[in-house]
Design a protein around this ligand. Structure first.
Ligand code: CMX
Length: 438
């Protein structure tokens, strides 16, 4: 397999670098933690190593060193579209450098060979109550695939530690190959014909998802899928879903167990679910006014939201301190393909108004839009209007990053993660005995 060969070729030198770092500089301090950070969600504490991506607060995400505009420009595309192949993106995340078109297509072909869904997954999804949240279905489907784990089989047969990453890669390829069909089937079961639509072998991973939810004829929606899946693929290694996945996989649970856990984290309203909350908020704004709101009306509505002790979804970020470039990329798409769409115009107006309101509000560290401020609007325009499904789209994309982190964690031989907790009296005592003014 191409990815196996490419990763394998880097490993001897990479492992040497880590051994040298730990041997020669093992006691050098990288990060410290203070009392506010302990009670404040460990913001800015470096807790995990990952080379897949990194967020610069003022520039946004870099995937293997490339900014979002660079990734969109440089990754290979298939004929007839300006948007990258997910196979090329996966190569970039896994291998660390840009692939050729041929290499990107090899990953796509590998996915096609591994995409078949086991019958028991289909039947289990069918048996779930119709009101089940689609994220529950996604997480459950991934968990069920654990049954297929090559890692588990090889581990039980006595696999050596230095080979763990290869088995994790096999599982990752199988899981990522199957996930578009799973996500599409969840969509069809809940909101469409209920049909299991087979993938079209002539289409790439992203466009195939569009095809399997019966939007394959819409070239613009195919392109939006290609864009969306690149933009949401990774957001460094310590966000909640990535860190959850990493933590679970550090016990040598398989990629399936770990990614299912990661999806459960993504399902929270402060993380991936903000997607659906944001569109709900925009629709509330629209329904509140007889005609398109003015600047002043929207400003008053935003204040109303804040006064009722709610957050304005799609704005703010734990790490970013600038406009999310993933928001900007979709804004550009919207300007080109849906400039007159009413919700899209509303997204633009909110973008003009809300940052100023949040700045006046005072306590928000980042008043700028994150990617969720626009995601739902794009989908809504093309008729994917079931907003509880939006986090599944996010999860389908994020699986690329989660699995890349997992493979590399095993390749680096990282141990089980086990930080330590501390009690409140212990902190009080520590502060007291060190005569630190509280
Ligand atoms: N509207 C209102 N208040 C907000 C806010 C927003 N959009 N963003 C932050 N705040 C508030 C916080 O709730 C916090 O209030 P308290 O001190 O009363 O608890 C205060 O401002 C400071 O928060 P912060 O340090 O700026 O932000 P956090 O790192 O604590 O939280 C995030 C980050 C994303 C959870 C927060 O900005 C938020 O809730 N935004 C809206 C939901 C959203 O868009 N989530 C998607 C994020 C993308 C992702 O990671 O998936």
């Amino acid at each position: 397999m191409l990815l196996k060969d490419k990763i394998g070729a880097q490993l001897p030198e990479f492992r040497e670098r880590i051994i040298k770092l730990v041997r020669e500089s093992g006691t050098v301090k990288i990060s410290e933690v203070n009392v506010s950070q302990l009670f404040g969600g460990m913001r800015e504490v470096h807790v995990v190593v990952s080379d897949i991506s990194h967020i610069d607060p003022y520039e946004g995400i870099r995937l293997r060193g490339y900014t979002i505009p660079e990734v969109l420009k440089e990754l290979p595309k298939c004929e007839g579209t300006d948007f990258p192949l997910a196979g090329g993106l996966y190569y970039l995340l896994m291998v660390g450098c840009l692939p050729s078109l041929d290499e990107a297509l090899q990953v796509e072909d590998e996915w096609k060979e591994r995409g078949q869904l086991p019958d028991y997954v289909i039947k289990s999804l069918q048996s779930m109550p119709p009101e089940t949240h689609p994220m529950t279905m996604l997480s459950a489907a991934i968990l069920m695939l654990q049954n297929e784990s090559i890692f588990v089989r090889r581990y039980d047969a006595g696999m050596q530690k230095s080979d763990y990453w290869e088995a994790a890669l096999e599982d990752s390829m199988n899981l990522t190959a199957k996930l578009p069909a799973i996500a599409a089937y969840i969509y069809n079961l809940k909101y469409n014909s209920g049909k299991l639509i087979p993938p079209n072998p002539d289409l790439d991973w992203s466009a195939n998802f569009a095809h399997m939810i019966q939007k394959g004829d819409d070239r613009e929606y195919q392109d939006l899928s290609r864009l969306f899946f690149v933009l949401h693929s990774d957001h460094e290694g310590a966000n909640v879903s990535a860190h959850t996945t990493h933590l679970v996989a550090s016990t040598l649970s398989s990629v399936y167990y770990a990614c299912s856990a990661g999806m459960n984290a993504l399902a929270g309203p402060l993380h991936g679910l903000a997607n659906q909350e944001c569109l709900r908020w925009l629709l509330q704004v629209r329904s509140c006014f007889d005609s398109f709101p003015t600047h002043e009306q929207l400003e008053a509505f935003a204040w109303e939201t804040l006064r009722s002790d709610k957050v304005i979804p799609g704005y703010g970020h734990a790490v970013l301190r600038t406009i999310d470039p993933r928001f900007t990329a979709q804004l550009e798409f919207g300007k080109k393909y849906m400039p007159d769409d009413e919700l899209f115009r509303l997204v633009n107006l909110v973008f003009q108004v809300v940052p100023q309101v949040l700045k006046q509000y005072g306590k928000v560290k980042n008043p700028w839009p994150n990617v969720d401020a626009i995601n739902g609007t794009m989908q809504y325009h093309y008729g994917v209007r079931q907003f509880d499904f939006y986090t599944v789209l996010f999860g389908l994309s994020r699986i690329l990053g989660l699995t890349a982190h997992s493979v590399w964690s095993r390749a680096m031989g990282l141990p089980i993660e086990r930080p330590q907790s501390i009690t409140t009296p212990m902190i009080e005592e520590y502060v007291e005995t060190n005569h630190i003014v509280m």
